[in-house]
Design a protein around this ligand. Structure first.
Ligand code: GLV
Ligand code: MN
Ligand code: MN
Length: 423
């Protein structure tokens, strides 16, 4: 079976327009108006095929082929629709469009008399953590990693909890398919005994495939991560009248902490651990006031949990020392985390075999980014397929992938779905 190349590219291009920042990348936060429009677009295509649709209270969506046989294990594919602020046009939505393309192609195959059953696609909510600062939020609920109390503890910058946001969502197209409610959140947990395979198609988001001129990545391991939030509190004062010797400047302590964290992690022997301070708030944020308080996130990722933990403890100790030396208060709390994991060996070898048979240029590789697939991987056979990111750029407006690679990745996803259904 062959995907409809024109339809896939049309869908991707249409969905690219659902952004809060036209001309400055795609900004589409979960639960926002653009997210609603993108989901409506996808749901209408699924309705066109006659699919069954269900939306859980977190707004994860499952879409099943009309021919699915109840009781038979399902093969799933999907990803997320949300983006980071001023992000790219492919992160997440490429995997959703690939899964949709498989859905539409399979349904056409069925009407041609080919009996293919039990395929579902999934759209996970709030993967990027753009609202609540925690990645894979929707998929953490379906896997049981998050529960009732997290509805209240996860908070947006405006102070609203996840529960409050979900309870006060403006009317959305998907509401007609909503089932379950927030007071019974445990029911959003999936019954993994009914899932045979989960596949996520995604852009690589790093430089390897593009640099090596390969068209496909088969993912072996996904990095784990730990994110902490650090609050440094000094003494605000006049920027002109306060001598350098009498300052307790929270910004200087933060700057030293960031550089110290970089230097600690750069000492990594295999040079694969990464540390990032990606968000920082300065109070009161005025050019002529010595910063009284600085709040920042610091995340460390690796595929080895003991390295993540070791580096995190060293970095925390260094930050405490810097704060002590500068007479600045220091509070740190664990914000979110996910464990490194290895994807299904069965799927890795069957995808390798298929790629060799099709003479595709590919590589078995790790993912430095986290993905919703991680949350399913502990419970069901899970595989990930990567396509190259031009110049390794992602989470930025420049994020892009060649048309040929987008198409061959989606075709490979469909082929893998069919092979999983049939075998
Ligand atoms: C998700 O994109 C992540 O890896 O942070
Ligand atoms: Mn993604
Ligand atoms: Mn992302």
């Amino acid at each position: 079976m062959k995907i409809n190349e024109k339809r896939l590219l049309n869908n991707l291009r249409a969905l690219r327009e659902f952004t809060d920042t036209p001309g400055m990348g795609v900004t589409r936060f979960s639960y926002g108006a653009q997210d609603n429009k993108a989901r409506e677009y996808i749901l209408k295509r699924a309705e066109g095929v006659g699919c069954s649709i269900s939306v859980d209270p977190l707004r994860n969506i499952r879409i099943g082929l009309p021919q699915n046989i109840p009781g038979r294990k399902t093969v799933m594919a999907g990803s997320h629709v949300d983006t980071v602020r001023n992000g790219g046009w492919l992160d997440g939505i490429y995997g959703v469009c690939g899964a949709l393309e498989a859905m539409e192609t399979l349904s056409e195959g069925y009407s041609d008399g080919i009996p293919l059953f039990n395929y579902e696609m999934v759209i996970f909510a709030e993967e990027e953590g753009s609202n609540f600062g925690s990645t894979m939020t929707g998929s953490k609920f379906i896997s049981g990693k998050y529960g009732e109390e997290d509805l209240d503890s996860l908070r947006r910058e405006d102070g609203k909890s996840l529960r409050q946001v979900l309870e006060n969502l403006p009317q959305r197209y998907e509401d007609r398919y909503l089932s379950g409610n927030l007071s019974d959140i445990a029911h959003t947990r999936w019954d993994f005994s009914k899932i045979k395979t989960m596949l996520e198609l995604h852009i690589e988001q790093g430089p390897i495939l593009d640099r090596e001129g390969l068209s496909l990545g088969i993912v072996e391991s996904i990095f784990g991560m730990r994110v902490i939030e650090v609050t440094l509190t000094g003494v605000g004062n006049h920027a002109g009248a306060t001598p350098m010797s009498e300052r307790y400047d929270a910004m200087c302590a933060a700057a030293e902490s960031v550089l110290e964290a970089e230097s600690v992690v750069r000492g990594d022997s295999d040079r694969r651990t990464v540390v990032t301070v990606g968000r920082m708030e300065v109070y009161p944020n005025c050019s002529n006031v010595i910063p009284e308080r600085v709040v920042f996130t610091l995340e460390i990722r690796d595929k080895d949990q003991s390295k993540i933990d070791g580096f995190m403890e060293t970095v925390k100790e260094k930050i405490r020392d810097i704060a002590r030396k500068r007479g600045v208060g220091c509070l740190m709390y664990e914000h979110s985390k996910s464990a490194p994991l290895r994807l299904s060996d069965r799927l890795i070898s069957s995808m390798k075999k298929a790629a060799l048979e099709k003479s595709l240029s590919f590589k078995v590789m790790d993912s430095g980014a986290v993905h919703d697939a991680c949350m399913v991987a502990e419970h069901a056979d899970t595989g990930m397929i990567f396509v190259p990111s031009i110049n390794g750029r992602s989470h930025v407006p420049q994020e892009d992938t060649g048309e040929r690679e987008l198409l061959s990745g989606a075709q490979f996803l469909l082929d893998t779905v069919i092979s999983e259904i049939e075998n």
